[in-house]
Design a protein around this ligand. Sequence first.
Ligand code: ZN
Length: 424
Amino acid sequence: MIIRFAILPLFLALNLSMCKKQENASSSSQQASASSPTPVATPLAAASPKITKPVVDQTAQVLIFCYHRLVDKIRYPGTEITPAAFEAEMKELKDRGITVISMQDLLAWKKGEKNIPPRSAVVTFDDGWKSQYEVAWPIMKKYGYPFTMFIYTEGVRGGSLGGGEAITWEQLADMRDNGVDIEAHSATHQDLREGHTIMLASTGGKRTKTKLTGPQYEQWIQNEVVGSKQLLEQRLGIKVNCFAVPFGNYNEHVKEIARNSGYEAMFTVYGQPITFTSSMDSIGRYAIEANKPKVFEDAVKMIATSTGGGAAVAEVGAKDLATQPADGETVHTALPLIKANLSPIGAIEPGSVQLRVSGLGVVPANYDPKSGTVSYQVTQKLHEKSCSVIISAKSQGKKVEAHWTFGIEEGAAGGTSPIPTPKK
Ligand SMILES: [Zn+2]
């Protein structure tokens, strides 16, 4: 108990040292979407390529909140919040049109596999406190919000750091059975970097301060990062793919161990709106504390101002829409048929589809809601060597746009072999 209290206030002081260097995650998902089949360089090709992935809104933003204990009487304002203040924040998310999504939906969106609302939030609870089960969960149920529990395994009731206020394995199992996402937060909740002072439990329950290096450190860090994951997975029969770094203290070596052991995402407490390209191994969360009510307000305003008002446009790739002619293709007619398939975008608002062609402006394109196909047969010869197309439509109140360019061979209609000219 004493140790839990001693460790947690440090959270505040130590949480600002995060780096966000890597862009691995975003580049790999872009590669994945670039691997869909390319249409052949024939303007009137009948077979459209199959859409292998849904089009996700890459302009969506996600706030991730991190809560600790919910108590009526605040004694540790750095990690506590009253149930009333907590519920008011959950209500505010709803009132402001911010959709609370599950952690796994966030990861699916980051991989380009699933769409999420343009303004979303993920709610997480750290450290495994009884009040998260008894107080927070009923409030989350009331709003129908999914959430994630980040557990450090020795802090569960019965563990070497699991005092009277700690959550029990039975409570975690109950949450699991009701769809709550349970993820890892190390074994003993300490600074994970080599050579930093940690407390080690020795036989007999005594705890000693020490600094580990070399093989001893490697053995310890394995248990913190990998052992805690395995214990949660085995004890609860779940898959753990997220790791919340205690105090946000880690480095490349810790990241590498986490990546190699199957974690897909690592979380810090450096709050910032998460975007499609945010690095997966330093996802910032807003730590919400009783003594800093502005943190929540500022976070909510961040995404309210940047995507509010309906002016934002989600850009989708021409390839995903199986455009014809394809982006970068060269056709040998000045009277091409222009086509795109909007079905990967989802439900399209009737009458919102607009097709613009450079040199022509808005053209009277034909939209077939059944197939999702927009088409326009150019009737006036295109004069330029390259033609740009902009297609726009509204889906779920949001404007979605795709831009692409194709070339027109000189002496069109009578030319010889078409030469594709990739522009990227
Ligand atoms: Zn923690």
